[in-house]
Ligand binder design. Sequence first.
Ligand SMILES: [Zn+2]
Length: 321
Amino acid sequence: MFNRNTKKKIRFSDYLSEEVARDYINQDKPYAEQIDRAAKLIREADYVLIGAGAGMSTAAGAEYGGKFFEENFAEFQKIYGKGPYMQDMYSAGFYPFPDQESKWGYWSHQALLAGADLDVTPLHKTLLDALEGKKLFLLSTNADHQFEKAGLSAGQIFQTQGSYHLIQCKRGCHNKTYDAVELFRRMEQARQNGKIPSAFVPRCPVCGGDMAMNLRVDNCFVEDENWHAAEERFSRFLSACVNGKTVLLELGVGFNTPTIIRFPFEKLTRQHENVSLVRLSRSKAMVPASLGDRAVGINADMAQSITDLASKLRETEADAP
Ligand SMILES: [Zn+2]
């Protein structure tokens, strides 16, 4: 069939980038002026592609270590010792649990606290309200579903690194994930001394082997049907937005997995004159100098900068004729 659409489709794999900017600068304009510039870019845009990293959830109030961990994971600290692992939810996930009963005893607890039962959405809602009327899409490396809970439609979300709601075959023997939230709740109820009853240990329905969280920690990560459908919607949004006025709104993305949001956002801005970059981060908001006025990098407490940006957008809306 003759394809009349001459505009090239941008696939997720084309979008990704490993190119490190050589000309990073921390912009030195006053904070209020930076918020004004960001608001102006967003006001003039038809499309906003949000790229959210761990810093967004943290800014919204999600906690992973410190007092939160001490209070919620004391049971596990008592069993395994604090050591190098039982310090926060990232490190503890790497603990070499002695058996599947112990592994799922820990993981069901973390999965609920960081996923299904986490509800830190007021900041997400503030942002989404301020972006009302824009064509929106969210690319997120977070597994915590907070934008969805804040009201963004699942069809506008591509959560690339997995989900705290899902489990998969540990070695990825087949391309399916399984919603385990209810299973996690049963495990949470039944857990004793850090362990769940053996009868609750999930087994791969295909190979009979161990199961694991559907989180991208190794190359056995399963990209299931839903993942690919989200990838396709992202690809369509991207292919459309580069032909319109677009702001890439990057929230709390550091340098942990920069090839998914940070570097690609810089590449897109470099390649398309109608695309600009607004980068909010507590301390990693440096932007390539070569992007000039089309990049705004704001190093600040993000709960504050998102709130200020949102009220600036509401203000300019009210001022509009
Ligand atoms: Zn399997």
